[in-house]
Design a protein around this ligand. Structure first.
Ligand code: HEM
Length: 160
C-alpha cells in the first residue's frame, strides 16, 4: 500500500498541490465549508426525525429543503478530501484515524440508503404531527453519531 501512496503523492496533482502556495489551505477551507453544508442540514433533518418541530414541519418538506444541501456539501467534502489525500497520501493513508474515517463514511452511506429505501417509503403515514417510527428515529441517532465520528476522525488525521 505504501508504494501506491507514494506514487499518488509524487503524481503531478500531488506535487502541484504541495508546491503551489495557498492551494492546500484553500482546499481545507472548502473541505470545512462542505462539512458544514453536509452535517448542518443532516443534523437538522435528524432532529426532525426525532420529533423536533413535529407540529410545524412535514418530514417531506424538511427532506426536500435540507437533503439537497447535504448532498452538495458531501460532494464538496469528497472532491477536496480526495485532492488533499493525493497530496499527502503517505502520512494520511498511514494515520490511525484513516480506517475509522473511511469505515464511518461507509456506515453513513449504508444508513442513508437503508433509511431512504426502507422506512422513508412509508413517510406519508407519519409526515406531520405524529411520532416518527422507531426505525426512522434509530436512523437519525445513527446518522448524528456517525457524522460526529467522521468529523472527529477527520480532525485526528493530522495527529495520529
Ligand atoms: C472521500 C471523502 C473524504 C476524504 C478523502 C477526506 C480526506 C481528508 C484529508 C486528506 C484531510 C486533511 C488531513 C490533514 O490535513 O492532515 C481531511 C481533513 C478533515 N476532514 Fe475529510 N475527507 C473526506 C470527507 C470528509 C467528510 C464527509 C467529513 C465530515 C463529515 C470530513 C471531515 C474532516 C475534518 C473535520 C478534517 C480536519 C479539517 C481541519 O482540521 O482543517 N471529511 N479530510
Amino acid at each position: 500500500m505504501d508504494d501506491f501512496f507514494s506514487w499518488l503523492e509524487r503524481s503531478s496533482l500531488g506535487e502541484a498541490v504541495r508546491t503551489t502556495p495557498m492551494v492546500y489551505s484553500s482546499l481545507e477551507s472548502v473541505h470545512i465549508l462542505g462539512i458544514a453544508l453536509l452535517v448542518g442540514p443532516a443534523l437538522a433533518f435528524d432532529l426532525r426525525l426525532l420529533g423536533v418541530g413535529r407540529q410545524l414541519l412535514p418530514v417531506t418538506a424538511a427532506a426536500r429543503h435540507l437533503l439537497p444541501l447535504s448532498r452538495f456539501g458531501l460532494a464538496l467534502a469528497v472532491m477536496t478530501g480526495v485532492v488533499m489525500f493525493v497530496s499527502g497520501a503517505v502520512a494520511v493513508g498511514n494515520s490511525g484515524a484513516a480506517p475509522w474515517k473511511l469505515g464511518l463514511l461507509i456506515v453513513a452511506g449504508v444508513n442513508v440508503a437503508a433509511f431512504h429505501w426502507g422506512v422513508y417509503r412509508g413517510v406519508a403515514a407519519w409526515d406531520i404531527d405524529v411520532p416518527t417510527p422507531a426505525r426512522a428515529r434509530m436512523a437519525a441517532v445513527v446518522s448524528t453519531l456517525v457524522w460526529c465520528g467522521v468529523i472527529a476522525a477527520g480532525r485526528l488525521l493530522a495527529y495520529t
